[in-house]
Write a protein that binds this ligand. Structure first.
Ligand code: A3P
Length: 290
């Protein structure tokens, strides 16, 4: 049944669903005491909001000028997810500045971050495009033994019964606690509309000065087209144990407003009803279209 398939695909811990077999409650709990350096940079997102794109941008900004052999290292190794430490990486022995990625809600992140140690870049995307992107991405999951119908997935997404929990809770949690962190909020759509300005904004936040040529290089190497062909950036290196790349890719369409091709009027209304209720107190504006 659907319930059984979901239960073996993901497990619930402290209000969040995690990918079975790739992490454990003990690992999640251990992160609270993870040692943080002031020079650390954390990229935080809800899935499908532009994570690997921003990883590419950050890796280029932070390492391009002093690569020292890093040029053959894939983005996951350079900016590992703290909750899915797939390579069993010793985070403590990493050279500064360290770069990390996470989909965690604010309350499961390392406690030190709350004292404004280190920098966080939180990237979010309009949730209708997140939903559609996530729906397509579920076809790739090897551990998911059912095919989720679109209508079913919509219901699961709205109720938060998906990997990494409720999109609404994720953004609300981070946004309402933003004063506790040294954090920059960015949108997928602003990267999409003007990547160059977004790169400069990130550089300013990180106190990194790049000359015009270096900025151009970052922008060029982070384009959809170039990332799709870049084996270190497009995540096709992930084991077939986890994802089936016959069924799709991380870099799928890369557009704003694809939800319009997928949602019926009735589904859109259903979405808006939940959205209005959950987001009414949050002063965040979204770009739903180009
Ligand atoms: P779509 O499925 O809508 O195409 P994440 O990395 O958080 O899983 O997000 C994946 C989404 O980001 C996918 O959206 C993917 O195409 C998009 N993406 C990745 N790199 C991109 C780029 N360079 N430009 C635009 N979109 C990009």
């Amino acid at each position: 049944s659907l319930e059984e398939a979901l239960n073996s695909f993901m497990f619930e811990y402290k209000g969040i669903y995690f990918y079975t077999g790739s992490t454990t409650p003990e690992i999640i709990d251990s992160l609270e005491h993870m040692e943080i350096r002031d020079s650390d940079v954390f990229l935080v997102t809800y899935p499908k909001s532009g994570t690997i794109w921003t990883q590419q941008v950050l890796n280029l900004i932070m390492h391009e000028r002093h690569r020292n052999g890093l040029e053959h290292i894939d983005n996951m190794t350079r900016a590992p997810w703290i909750e899915y430490n797939l390579h069993n990486d010793a985070f403590n022995s990493r050279q500064s500045p360290r770069l990390f990625t996470s989909h965690l809600p604010y309350y499961l992140m390392p406690k030190d971050l709350r004292f404004k140690r280190a920098k966080i870049i939180y990237v979010y995307r309009n949730p209708k495009d997140v939903l559609v992107s996530f729906y397509h991405f579920h076809k790739l999951y090897q551990k998911l033994e059912v095919t989720l119908e679109w209508e079913t997935f919509l219901g699961l997404f709205l109720s938060g019964r998906v990997l990494h929990g409720s999109w609404f809770d994720h953004i609300k949690g981070w946004y309402t606690h933003k004063e506790d962190y040294n954090i920059l909020f960015m949108t997928y759509e602003e990267l999409k509309k003007d990547l160059r300005s977004a790169v400069i904004k990130i550089c300013n936040f990180l106190d990194i000065k790049l000359n015009d040529d270096a900025v151009d290089t970052v922008v060029d190497k982070s384009s959809f087209k170039n990332m799709k062909q870049d084996p270190l950036a497009n995540y096709k290196f992930i084991s077939e144990k986890f994802l089936d790349f016959e069924k799709g890719e991380f870099l799928r369409k890369g557009t704003i407003g694809d939800w319009k091709n997928r949602m019926t009027v009735a589904q859109n209304e259903k979405f808006d009803k939940v959205y209005m209720e959950k987001m009414k107190d949050l002063p965040i504006k979204f770009f739903w279209d180009i």
